[in-house]
Design a protein. Structure first.
Length: 255
């Protein structure tokens, strides 16, 4: 199937889940960005290599788009013009997660061969890398300032590391395999989820567990609001809940 078109919106979790499904079953598709506020397509980002786009991210300021492909490369575009900024060889393995700094100048990539890498998209070069010795890396998030990365995988530990300085800030034990990590824009919290069936909220500075919120099912996706006030997660077919980070109170259910 080469004629599949995914009408995509960068803030849509539904489109994100569809991308995951298409990639898992190996169905090639073409992404057509749509601005849901106007119903208009804003930009197309193409790379005619014949390889599946595994995942993509847009920076918080909307300046850059980065995509990882099935040929183990990563490409960055100027979101406003659609021009290619650079193409990078990544890990020699499929990139499972991309996370961008606030200004889109830096990218964190995580792959299944235990590698985590930090990239300078402006200078078009790799800044730093780290190989996890015992665990396969699955998910990671880059702090908005582009300095600190939190990542985890099959051993259930979340690590916060200054990749450029090659120094661990902290390591904390989560709840089972970590499959997704997000960070608040104010850099106060990291949020993780996975096979431990609980969303864990972490103090980004200290690694202290702020609270654990049980969902009773594997959690492949978590998110935290830009202001750090709310957290959400996807678990099975349940509508995603929204919690108050400070109190742990359930404040809404999406859908």
């Amino acid at each position: 199937m080469t004629d599949v078109i995914l009408h995509d919106y960068w803030r849509s979790s539904s489109a994100y889940r569809v991308r995951i499904g298409l990639n898992l079953v190996g169905i090639p598709y073409r992404s057509v960005p749509v601005d849901l506020t106007t119903g208009a397509e804003t930009r197309r980002f193409r790379r005619d290599t014949g390889y599946v786009l595994w995942n993509a991210r847009i920076s918080r300021d909307g300046a850059r788009v980065v995509g990882a492909f099935g040929d183990c490369t990563m490409q960055a575009w100027d979101a406003r013009t659609g021009d290619v900024i650079a193409t990078f060889p990544t890990h020699g393995a499929i990139v499972t997660r991309i996370s961008l700094s606030r200004d889109g100048a830096r990218a964190l990539t995580v792959s299944g061969n235990k590698e985590v890498r930090l990239w300078d998209l402006v200078a078009k070069r790799e800044l730093a890398s780290h190989v996890m010795k015992k665990s396969f890396a699955i998910a990671g998030a880059l702090s908005p300032d582009g300095r600190c990365a939190a990542y985890g995988g099959t051993d259930g530990f979340l690590r916060c590391r200054d990749l450029e300085a090659n120094v661990d800030r902290w390591t904390a034990e989560g709840s089972g395999w970590i499959e997704d990590v997000d960070v608040s824009a104010d850099e106060r919290f990291f949020v993780s989820g996975g096979r431990g069936k609980a969303v864990v909220i972490w103090n980004a500075a200290t690694g202290e567990r702020v609270r654990s919120l049980s969902l009773g099912a594997n959690i492949p996706m978590v998110g935290v609001s830009p202001d750090g006030r709310f957290a959400t997660a996807r678990a099975g077919k349940k509508p995603p809940p929204v919690w108050d980070v400070e109190t742990g109170a359930l404040v809404a259910t999406l859908g």
